[in-house]
Design a protein around this ligand. Structure first.
Ligand SMILES: Cc1ncc(COP(=O)(O)O)c(C=O)c1O
Length: 453
């Protein structure tokens, strides 16, 4: 494990954040950096070590964000750092679009062997999640020669024009950017935790996906004109929503029935985060195309679109990029996968189960907690003002995130009223206890304010 400690322990807040230095940097940042970013609190980072982040005022935080589910092996894992240094001395860039280099091939060989499904597969390398989505959209259209896409409400696939078109998470992502790419239809995801009908989860998939067959295909789109269905096996940005297993199998069988490609967006849920290399494995899902990014290279910018070889039939020149499959990023990814396979995925499963069981206990004493759900270290806590009406505790969610930050715990939200725990996969139960104890404290404070009198 890479939880290096400087002997002083973490979290350790020596000056209530934002400290003097942080304030100065935030002021400078505000003048020159786009305000479109979604900064939740004024954390100004100096360096990262394992599961901790040190800010410019010397405060040491426990990082339960992993830089938005990216630093799976912890910050600056020595093996990843060493690999990056060695590769930087050898070759930084040559472009896989026009030339060949071994590490790109080695990584592609590895990815086709670890992604679900026994079919022969091929890889297209990208620089981000959105770019992986774009590549999948283009390949799906090219291969099927069909124009339409189906995606889900709550789904998030990126912010470039194509990716934004299949995204339907929050209006702020789309406001001011229309027209987007036409021929995208969104359908309801399996929001069982909010379902007003309280269906038996085994049957609920029928209700949700009936919309696709009985409304969309009957009244709007001929299914033979649909190129692909985009689905996150576990919705991330939408609120860490886990569908029941039959939802996924039924989706897969509908796709098969109409010759529609199934694209699993594993950009957030992949690379070991859920206690399996890919979340699709929990659902026995065999996607035709898988999109990857975030956790693949411990923080180096890299993404990938992995497709069955018979689908990746586009011609030379039809899709490419300058930086995709950068040698340093590829080597970092190979090192990351090696570390993941050395026990981190099992650790994510084990510590994730522990956190879930502790959160279930906390739910009994904290009325704000409406639901606790997760797989591995992709865990969501839904906050409600009233468990019966499920009125969303969005303001309280913000207060909790701010208060946790001031006490040295970094967390982020998703959906409108969910807090997500997505720590590096290296964390120990001891780290989990520290985070849960801060979470418990701030929940108590916010509840005292909310429910007093
Ligand atoms: C499931 C999912 N898909 C796609 C993306 C977009 O990735 P990126 O921000 O690297 O473009 C994200 C980012 O949060 C994501 O969570």
């Amino acid at each position: 494990m890479n939880n290096k400690d400087d002997g002083k322990g973490y979290p350790r807040v020596i000056s209530t954040p934002p400290g003097r230095n942080a304030k100065e940097w935030v002021e400078r940042d505000n003048k020159v950096i786009s305000q479109s970013y979604t900064r939740s609190y004024p954390l100004v980072v100096e360096r990262g070590e394992g599961a901790s982040i040190i800010d410019v005022d010397g405060n040491r935080y426990l990082d339960f964000t992993s830089g938005i589910a990216v630093t799976s092996t912890g910050h600056c894992h020595p093996k990843v750092v060493d690999t990056i240094k060695k590769q930087a001395e050898k070759l930084i860039h040559m472009s896989g679009t026009d030339f060949y280099y071994p590490c790109e091939v080695r990584l592609a060989e590895k990815l086709v062997s670890i992604t679900p499904g026994e079919k022969q597969k091929k890889v297209f390398f990208t620089n981000s999640g959105a770019e992986s989505t774009e590549a999948a959209m283009k390949l799906a259209r090219y291969h099927t020669k069909r124009p339409h896409f189906i995606a889900f409400y709550g789904g998030f696939h990126g912010r470039t024009m194509g990716a934004l078109s299949v995204t339907a998470s929050k209006p702020v992502h789309r406001r001011g950017f229309s027209p987007l790419i036409p021929e995208v239809t969104h359908i309801p995801y399996a929001y069982c935790y909010r379902c007003p009908f309280e269906h038996d989860p085994e049957g609920c998939d029928i209700e949700c996906l009936a919309f696709l067959k009985e409304k969309v295909f009957r009244h709007k789109i001929p299914p033979e004109e649909v190129a692909a269905i985009f689905v996150e096996p576990i919705q991330g940005e939408g609120g860490y929503v886990i569908p029941p297993k039959p939802f996924m199998s039924r989706l897969q069988s509908i796709a098969k029935e109409f010759g529609i490609l199934l694209i699993a967006d594993e950009i957030q849920s992949g690379m070991g985060r859920t206690g399996r290399m890919f979340a699709s494995e929990h659902f026995d899902l065999l996607p035709d195309i898988i999109t990857i990014a975030k956790g693949i290279a411990s923080g180096m910018p890299l993404g990938a679109m992995v497709a069955n070889s018979d689908i990746m039939d586009w011609e030379s020149g039809s899709h490419a990029n300058t930086f995709g499959g950068n040698p340093i990023a590829c080597e970092a990814a190979l090192a990351t996968i090696e570390i993941l396979e050395e026990g981190l995925i099992q650790n994510a499963d084990k510590v994730g189960r522990y956190i879930l069981s502790e959160l279930e206990k906390m739910k009994k004493v904290h009325p704000l907690i409406g639901d606790v759900r997760g797989m591995g270290l992709m865990i969501g806590v839904e906050l409600v003002r009233d468990r019966k009406t499920k009125e969303m505790a969005t303001t309280e969610r913000g207060e909790i995130i701010q208060a946790a930050f001031k006490k040295g715990l970094l967390i982020l939200g998703c959906g409108y009223n969910v807090i997500r725990f997505m720590p590096p996969l290296i964390i120990t139960e001891d780290d989990a206890d520290k985070a849960l104890s801060i979470f418990d404290e701030v929940l108590t404070e916010v509840e005292q304010n909310r429910f007093k009198g």
